[in-house]
Design a protein around this ligand. Structure first.
Ligand SMILES: [Zn+2]
Length: 351
């Protein structure tokens, strides 16, 4: 039973401004998903009560961030009962920037049924009847919602609306001024021959992703581990947040070179990729409990976005490297032999 405190607390999917530099700031509060199949605040526990996760991580913090494999997996799983089997009665494009293909035109989706929805890496793949495949990449700030027909169709953040039979709208919104969310439409069979699907690497939770396969990938891509994990052409679905989580789990430095790992380190990295993502998929499922996720739950992460907090393993304050638009979080003791890497952003300012 939700307590009075829990009811008055912020629902987990509500936008919560964070002081972090790259937090997006919507022009107005973004409401939680209206359709919450089987969702109640009780399902999220009591967000007001601090619950220790890894001893130090508190509930209630959610960040924007680029949706990664666990987030998109939860999204696809929770979207299926709302959209699969539904026929699109109308398509309303609010932002043409979202359209990456023009032939066939997106209006061809009208009258087609959504036969199946899958995840591939960070992408959502919609199999439509009549031989069409629609692919959506949310990028950083795109989100999907299912809302009652016509609700918020003039909203500033709205990118595209699919009016489904049964009285609901499936819509993509994109918060913030930078528009990068993307939608492709292909004749079935063509989608694997071009971007965004062509050239993607292995699914990290598939049986094909073995330790040997990882060793081969590391051998052909000479770069540092943090960058390697986010490339998508070797392993898909990992981005800035889960690369930090995986490297912390593996006790490997984000700056270590792919080609310098010994057999034990490759095994640790492989195990960490599987373990971290499997656990994250399970925790995201529990966290979103049937609702469409809007924000990455920071309290489920152990090091990413937890700068200066004690390492859950050794207590050393988590350090941060700022580089371009990315932040890398790591434990200097567990991952870098006690070294604290230079904050490259600060170095540049001092030059
Ligand atoms: Zn540590």
């Amino acid at each position: 039973m939700p307590t009075e405190v829990a009811r008055s607390a912020r629902p987990p999917n509500e936008f919560v401004p964070s002081p972090s530099a790259d937090t997006f700031r919507p022009v107005r509060p973004i409401g939680r998903c209206v359709i919450t199949a089987g969702t109640s605040e009780a399902a999220f526990g009591s967000p007001a009560a601090p619950v220790t996760v890894g001893e130090t991580r508190q509930r209630g913090a959610y960040t924007a961030g680029m949706p990664e494999l666990p987030f998109v997996e939860a999204l696809v799983e929770n979207l299926r009962p709302l959209a699969e089997g539904r026929t699109t009665e109308d398509v309303i494009v609010r932002s043409v920037y979202v359209l990456k293909t023009f032939d066939p035109p997106v209006t061809d989706i009208k009258g087609r049924r959504i036969a199946a929805i899958h995840r591939r890496g960070k992408l959502l793949v919609f199999d439509l009847t009549g031989g069409l495949v629609m692919i959506i990449h949310l990028r950083r700030n795109g989100r999907l919602q299912v809302v009652p027909r016509g609700k918020g169709r003039t909203a500033r953040d709205l990118a595209i609306t699919f009016a489904l039979d049964g009285g609901m709208d499936l819509r993509m919104i994109e918060m913030g001024p930078k528009k990068a969310a993307s939608l492709w439409l292909f004749p079935a069979g063509q989608e694997t021959k071009t971007e965004p699907l062509a050239g993607l690497g292995l699914e990290p939770l598939s049986p094909e992703f073995t330790r040997e396969a990882l060793a081969d990938m590391l051998g052909v891509e000479r770069t540092h581990l943090k960058r390697f994990l986010g490339l998508q052409r070797h392993v898909v679905g990992i981005g800035n947040a889960f690369s930090d989580e995986i490297l912390w789990e593996a006790r490997l430095s984000p700056q270590a070179m792919t080609t310098s790992l010994d057999g034990d380190e490759v095994a640790r990295l492989h195990g960490a990729i599987r373990r971290v993502l499997e656990e994250a998929v399970a925790s995201h499922r529990r966290e979103f409990a049937g609702s469409l996720p809007m924000r990455e739950p920071v309290h489920l992460l152990r090091v990413h976005r937890h700068g200066k907090e004690p390492c859950p393993r050794c207590g050393t304050p988590i350090a941060v490297i700022y580089y371009e638009d990315r932040e890398t979080y790591y434990c200097p003791t567990c991952q870098a032999g006690g070294r604290v890497y230079a904050d490259r952003r600060r170095s540049r300012l001092l030059r």
